[in-house]
Design a protein around this ligand. Structure first.
Ligand code: ZN
Length: 542
């Protein structure tokens, strides 16, 4: 069979889940590691058709049909290879490239490329343990790397001089430049990585295709990566994936951290399923790669503002990948630290606690909406609702989408409308009025019908029985009215104070932060009423 350019079909396989594609035609049920259904290629009533998402193939134990995502699409629809690719590309939302046979030159170029990067890795590895690599070695050891770890990850040192261009001077220059290791400047070829601590970057076949170099003299940027080449696409490469793949399968989850050193330290200290994007920005390709193994991802970010923002971004990227059995969570490392520091200073148990306490995506999204919108106001709730709706609509699994919608609807009803209640109808019980005051009020009611009429609502709200005979009051009409007004004000202040207490108590009980706006409003009203009361009593004295 002719050798084809596999990068596009690889991309399809990477982006699409075999289970998703087959589920469109055959209902599948997960049993153990595999999914099972009734074979679409022969007639059967008990399922003997198995799908292995991890390995990317299906197999029928009944009729022996066997293949991958592409052959399934061809056979199940009786279409040819190119049409199957087109359909899958549509499904994945990517453009079909011109499909062409890989030339002999291309194959040779790729082989050369891998030979050069492999040899360069060895050179860098050797240099790390020589005099020129002393500072680099000291640095990496200080970061807690053992010789064993350095060897496993093939960490090396690119010296200040142009070692690659010099050592490979017998190789055609365009072969060197194609790897990104060497560039051509005004004075001839020069090395792209100089005076850097070197971390090799592997492809899915465990070949080194690129490097990430860390500066050692404090210069920015801290990390530079090989710029994209024929064999390396930064946006589609996850650092540490080649080492983590088995663990991601075995532990049935992946952890994404922000930095490469974090990823290595995590892998070496109890979290072998950890990976990191190259550079800071996470892409949907990264998530697609991880989701091929399983859809259980823990994002581990800094607890600071940048980390929160990165988490929200990750959240929107991961939404289209969610299925009913996905478990996506967010963990935050607080105090300006990263996983590397937590492991070094507080140990594996502390890190485990952070990972174990990760917040499920549904709760994270809900919390961030409540944090970022004024949900105690109708306008804020409207914006928040629009945002949530937009997020949920990104979930492609319709049944799961409905499920999430219902969950949020119930939260909106129970939590947002509870605020509304607190805001407009506070439930407070006022203490009874003392006997002396009750008596004076009775006398006023008896003496001044005009006051009774004017303050009827307030007076009846006091729950006093006005039936019994009482003496007339000695107070003048003016002072009698002031007495009623001051009592009314006093009761109003009591009511506000109760509301304030309720608000604070409720936030203590629920562990939620009280609504600052409501509290400030109450305080303002109390202050105003107290001023009025003082004025009234002051005038009374004169
Ligand atoms: Zn079959």
């Amino acid at each position: 069979m002719a050798k084809y350019d596999n990068s596009f079909t690889d991309e399809l396989r990477q982006r699409l889940s075999l289970v998703d594609v087959i589920s469109r035609r055959v209902p599948l049920v997960k049993k153990g590691q595999n999914y099972w259904g009734c074979c679409p290629f022969h007639n059967e009533k008990t399922p003997s058709f198995s799908v292995n998402e991890e390995k990317g193939f299906y197999h029928c134990f009944g009729c022996g049909e066997h293949g991958d995502i592409i052959s399934f699409t061809m056979k199940s629809q009786n279409i040819n290879f190119v049409d199957a690719i087109k359909e899958l590309a549509d499904m994945a939302g990517i453009k079909m490239p011109e499909y062409k046979q890989k030339s002999k030159e291309q194959i040779e170029a790729e082989e050369n490329y891998i030979q050069i990067t492999e040899k360069a890795t060895q050179i860098y590895q050797d240099l790390l343990y020589q005099d020129s690599g002393k500072i680099a070695l000291e640095y990496i050891k200080k970061r807690g790397f053992t010789d064993e770890m350095i060897k496993k990850y093939r960490i090396g040192y690119a010296p200040k001089n142009n070692i690659i261009s010099a050592r490979f001077n017998n190789i055609k220059i365009d072969k060197l430049t194609s790897t990104g290791l060497v560039r051509i400047g005004d004075y001839g070829p020069y090395d792209f990585f100089r005076d850097k601590l070197m971390f090799p970057i592997y492809n899915a076949h465990n070949q080194i295709v690129a490097f990430s170099g860390r500066s050692l003299d404090g210069s920015e940027p801290k990390y530079i990566n090989t710029t994209d080449t024929e064999l390396f696409h930064k946006k589609q490469t996850i650092f540490g994936f080649n080492f983590a793949r088995d663990a991601i399968h075995k532990n049935n989850r992946s952890i994404i951290v922000e930095g490469q050193i974090d990823a290595i330290q995590m892998q070496c200290h109890g979290f072998p399923e950890t990976v990191a994007p190259l550079g800071t920005a996470l892409t949907e390709d990264h998530i697609a790669i991880l989701c091929k193994s399983n859809r259980n991802i823990i994002f581990c970010f800094d607890g600071d503002n940048a980390g929160q923002k990165a988490a929200i971004r990750a959240c929107t990227l991961v939404l289209p990948f969610l299925r009913e059995n996905s478990d996506v969570k967010f963990a935050f490392v607080t105090g300006g630290k990263d996983p590397d520091e937590i492991l070094k200073n507080h140990g594996v148990a502390a890190m485990k606690k952070i990972i174990d306490n990760a917040v499920p995506l549904i709760d994270f999204l809900w919390e961030s909406v409540n944090k970022n919108y004024l949900v105690n106001t109708p306008g804020g709730r409207t914006s928040a609702e629009k945002y949530l709706k937009d997020c949920v609509s990104k979930i492609t699994d319709k049944i799961f989408q409905n499920e999430i919608n219902e969950e949020y609807n119930s939260r909106k009803f129970n939590q947002w409308h509870k605020w509304k209640k607190q805001e407009y109808k506070p439930e407070v019980k006022l203490p009874d009025i003392d006997e002396m005051t009750v008596n004076v009020i009775k006398q006023i009611v008896q003496t001044y019908p005009e006051i009774t009429e004017k303050y009827l609502d307030f007076l009846t709200s006091l729950n006093i029985s006005f039936d019994d005979e009482v003496n007339k009051t000695d107070l003048s009409l003016e002072n009698a009215e002031k007495f009623v007004i001051s009592l009314k004000l006093q009761r109003y202040i009591n009511k506000l104070e109760q509301e304030r207490q309720e608000l604070l108590k409720k936030s203590l009980d629920n562990g939620e932060k009280y609504n600052q706006e409501i509290l400030e409003d109450i305080n303002k009203k109390i202050e105003e009423s107290n001023t009025k009361l003082e004025l009234l009593l002051d005038m009374n004295d004169k």
